[in-house]
Design a protein around this ligand. Sequence first.
Ligand code: AMP
Length: 499
Amino acid sequence: MSSASSLPLIQRALKQGDQLAIIDRAGRFRYTDLLTAADRITGYLLKSQPDLGEARVAFMVPPSLEYAAVQWGIWQAGGVAVPLCPSHPLPEIEHIIRDTNAEIVVSHPDYETPLRSLGRGLKVRFLLTSEVTKAKKCLVPEVTLDRRAMILYTSGTTSKPKGVVTTHRNILAQIASLIDAWEWTADDHILHVLPLHHTHGIVNVLLCALWAGAACEMLPQFDADAVWSRFVHSDLTLFMAVPTIYIKLIAAWEKATREEQQVLSRACSKMRLMVSGSAALPAAVFERWKAISGHTLLERYGMTEIGMALSNPLHGERRPGFVGVPLPGVEVRLVDESARTIEDEGQPGEIQVRGPHVFLEYMGKPEATARAFRKEWFSTGDEAVVEMGSYRILGRRSVDIINTGGDKVSALEIEEVLRTHPTIQECAVVGVKDQEWGERVCAAVILRPNDSLSLGSLRNWAKERLAKPKVPAQLLLLDELPRNVMGKVNKPELRKLFE
Ligand code: AMP
């Protein structure tokens, strides 16, 4: 037991002192404010107990100083942080609380009603963040880096969400790699617009900023006009988002007047880096964003289980459609169907990843954990190919790699071509079971306003641009694609629409 936590994130924050840490709706807060708020949470959680001993603490707190304080408060107390997403349906929240065997639920007053009754039913201790002000600073346990720190539920676009358990050491390795690759410093100032139950928003944005001693400005949720306004009025140096956010920012820019557009575009020039990830960045979005903002988006590839694995260079050429090379400290290889390492460029295979940033286990699922590893190599389930020294993602094997008449085709490649059709605004391709072909290529499409498109004309157009097996056999016109809160297309849901 000691008066200050030995956790490296907290030790570093102690040195940052009066440096600006977080800006949220309530104000501007220094590192000392964050540490004081985290101490109160720790005192509140521990009561008279010396150590939470890896007890799971689920929490639902909006993006704010309070969110970071609850996360750090849990870690200082020796607990495992389980962030909950406010927009998830209640049964999903219940699944997470049950699956993690959470002993405590911490809630912001905004979510009190549903969470208190859920907590009562599940017999967990329920705490409100508004009550924490009364808690006192207390002695904290020694928390070693190999202890469990966090459980994140994967987006569940391919199967029922599994809890991904990471240790403090895993999280530190994930942070260290990005700090090094993207050259974070205490002079950075990032705008945070991502959900805080997902690794992208938690590690890449919030924790990297706090590790670097930088400032993290948090919006309550994504709103294109609010983001543009922060670009103009804040001294931002960094921005990180998913492709759908860039699509919405482009749409908002296009609605603005000529003069406003100039102001918005000029505001981007003060930033040093803009990053895209968590889903494939369409080449058209890459190009359009470059024209609007002057920034060549840095696309990277990662997943909840591994943090970030591949990235385009901070300095050097960033090619649309490519996700670059392994990040510092990360080993990546491609393997074929017989688990042999692929040495040659141009031959597709499954991405496997090894390193200290790779997660510990799936919560309560030893078989699923064992299945996911080949010795220390984690099998991502994603297919990729290396071309001219850089990785290109072909998609998730389970939903994006379509086996049609013996040919394996990438849905992502087909989507990229379909997006260049003059009537197509957005699209997603899935493989649907077929007696004759095994699977057939099916395209769901959102058309531009007042346009029309028939399957016949799409096929004629596509035959001139795509190999025969890649030409869509079925077309569905939609107003919206089913997406999760990260903006990723939910392909199993989409497949059901065709079936
Ligand atoms: P999640 O665990 O929710 O972050 O989802 C991870 C998955 O998102 C990966 O396994 C990939 O299938 C996909 N993904 C992440 N980044 C990219 C990217 N840059 N391009 C294509 N797919 C990506």
